[in-house]
Design a protein around this ligand. Structure first.
Ligand SMILES: [Zn+2]
Length: 141
C-alpha cells in the first residue's frame, strides 16, 4: 500500500541527500512534508512510527542529520534548546516565537525583506539567505 502517502517529491529529497530510498526513510520525509509545527527529532520519530512502526531512532536521527547537512532541511533552535526541523524547500518566511507557550508562528513581510536587501546593499552585499526570529510575549491589556 505505497501509493499516495509516499510521494515522489519525498523520494527526490532522499536521493538528493545521497540516501537510499527505504520505506522507513520515506515515512520520515513524509512527516517533514506534512509538518506545520517545526517538530523536533523525537516528534518526527513518533509520527514516522505512526506511518511505519519499524522506523528506528537511529534511522530517524541519521536521516534528519543527513538531510540537514545537505541543506535540504533547516535546523532551528528557537529557544536555544532542542533542535527543530523544517524542510528547506518551503517558501521563505520568518518566525515569531511566543516565549511563554513556545508556539512558533510564521510570517512574511515584504517591507522587512526589502529593508534587509537595502541594508546589505549599503554594505556592498547581496543577501543569499537570512533568518529572523522575533521572541515575543503576548500583550495583555
Ligand atoms: Zn517555519
Amino acid at each position: 500500500m505505497a501509493g499516495d502517502f509516499y510521494s515522489s517529491e519525498g523520494d527526490a529529497v532522499l536521493r538528493e541527500a545521497g540516501l537510499r530510498v527505504t520505506r522507513q526513510r520515506q515515512a520520515i520525509v513524509r512527516v517533514l512534508f506534512e509538518a506545520e509545527d517545526h517538530p523536533d527529532a523525537e516528534q518526527v520519530l513518533v509520527r514516522a512510527r505512526d506511518k511505519d512502526a519499524s522506523v528506528s531512532q537511529a534511522t530517524a536521527y541519521r536521516t534528519l542529520g543527513a538531510l540537514a547537512d545537505k541543506g535540504l532541511l533547516h535546523r532551528h533552535m528557537f529557544d536555544g534548546g532542542v533542535t527543530r526541523f523544517e524542510l528547506a524547500t518551503r517558501p521563505h518566511h520568518d518566525h515569531l516565537i511566543d516565549v511563554e507557550s513556545g508556539e512558533v508562528m510564521e510570517f512574511v513581510s515584504d517591507e522587512i525583506e526589502c529593508l534587509q536587501r537595502r541594508i546589505a546593499a549599503e554594505y556592498g552585499y547581496d543577501i543569499v539567505a537570512h533568518r529572523l526570529e522575533l521572541y515575543c510575549k503576548k500583550r495583555r491589556s
